[in-house]
Ligand binder design. Structure first.
Ligand code: F2R
Ligand code: MG
Ligand code: MG
Length: 340
């Protein structure tokens, strides 16, 4: 609400930030920090807690990886298209993002797909032909999808539909697509959650599960439900659902970490890295959920200061929060009520 100045005009400095913008910034910035913090541990089966704590608290710059690069590409695409997913245009945007920085730790399969798209091939062929025709079941479509869940006012069914369309470009495997749907819907529900009310784990997971197509992914979510209720440790989470690059392992792992302690961004990122395995990606996905719930105000100050290459992150957050989803099937959200 604006305040009236002594001269009778509205004082723009007294206008509080848009609550949705704070949620979007929280998700985008915390996920980028988590990607960078998790990257040095990626691929380690067991992570040394002291080494994690050292990295969380020391000054070196935080440099993000492919997870954030493709998140930016997707977010900028959504802004350009008013929230819609144009698969041909998005395929070109992903491939151009890869070509501009191919050394950011991309998966070998997806990098080969992007090289073929840059050379003029259709994403329809490159996606379906990956891994001998089974398509990628990696978590690359899930790790980049958070912006779909941050579109203002989009109904959850539409969040799921657009997430799946964004995934199909590189990940033809149904489990990878379910991973993207699960992550996008989880971010959307977290962004609509009341900050002063605990998350109802059952309702949260039901909102996610109902949009999935594979029994295997739904059964992984039923394990997440048990893990979240028990506030499982990172080791227990890795043991129960896995921590690998497959979407059906790493997305449930991120959900379990977030739901075990959804109020504390620092601890969510720390726990996600301790899960081991695909640490940058599990941390980035859990952080996107947590940042969407807690908002920019939850971002640890030191991480915000250390984060490198922030200009695109800030710009796209503002633009994403201002997308007029009404034009593409949404309505302005309320951040004051739960919308499971
Ligand atoms: N690629 C990595 N990390 C590897 C090491 C990086 C190192 N730190 C460095 O700097 O070089 N991380 C990134 O990749 C993951 C996302 O992967 P995405 O985008 O899904 O790629 P891809 O290539 O499609 O799949 C990844 C791997 O999964 C296995 N795989 C997938 N589908 C398969 C199938 N149908 N059959 C057999 N294997 C399949 C393969 O091993 C793929 O290489 C994120 O972790 C991101 O951070
Ligand atoms: Mg990465
Ligand atoms: Mg990774």
């Amino acid at each position: 609400m604006s305040r009236v100045t002594p001269t009778g005009g509205a004082d723009p400095s007294a206008v509080g930030p848009d609550p949705w913008l704070l949620r979007v910034r929280g998700a985008v910035l915390l996920a980028a920090c988590a990607d960078a913090l998790g990257a040095p541990f990626e691929g380690l089966a067991a992570v040394d807690v002291a080494a994690v704590d050292h990295l969380l608290e020391t000054p070196p710059p935080l440099r993000w990886t492919d997870d954030t690069a493709l998140t930016l590409a997707l977010a900028e695409h959504l802004v350009r298209r008013g929230g819609d997913v144009d698969q041909d245009e998005l395929a070109s945007a992903f491939a151009a993002e890869w070509a501009a920085g191919p050394d950011l730790g991309y998966g070998a399969g997806v990098a080969a797909q992007f090289a073929r798209i840059v050379a003029g091939e259709s994403w329809v062929a490159t996606s379906q032909e990956a891994f001998g025709g089974t398509g990628s079941y990696g978590n690359g479509a899930a790790m980049r999808v958070a912006p779909v869940g941050l579109l203002p006012g989009l109904p959850l069914a539409e969040v799921a539909r657009r997430a799946r369309r964004s995934a199909q470009i590189t990940h033809a495997h149904p489990l990878a697509q379910d991973g993207a749907v699960a992550q996008a819907v989880a971010v959307a529900v977290a962004a609509r959650s009341r900050q002063d009310t605990p998350i109802d784990t059952d309702l949260f997971l039901a909102a996610v599960a109902t949009r999935l197509r594979t029994p295997q992914f739904r059964s992984a979510l039923s394990i997440v439900r048990v893990l979240a209720r028990r506030r499982a440790t990172p080791g227990q989470i890795a043991e129960a659902v896995g921590n690998g690059v497959a979407a059906v392992e790493s997305v449930p792992a991120a959900l379990a970490v977030f739901l075990a302690d959804p109020q504390r961004p620092h601890d969510v990122v720390r726990s996600a890295i301790q899960v081991g395995g695909d640490t940058d990606t599990i941390a980035a996905m859990a952080a996107a959920m947590c940042g969407a719930r807690c908002g920019e105000q939850g971002l640890p100050v030191l991480w915000g200061l250390r984060l490198a290459d922030t200009r695109r992150l800030w710009q796209v957050s503002s633009a994403l929060a201002a997308v007029d989803s009404d034009r593409s099937g949404g309505r302005r959200p309320s951040t004051r009520t739960d919308q499971h």
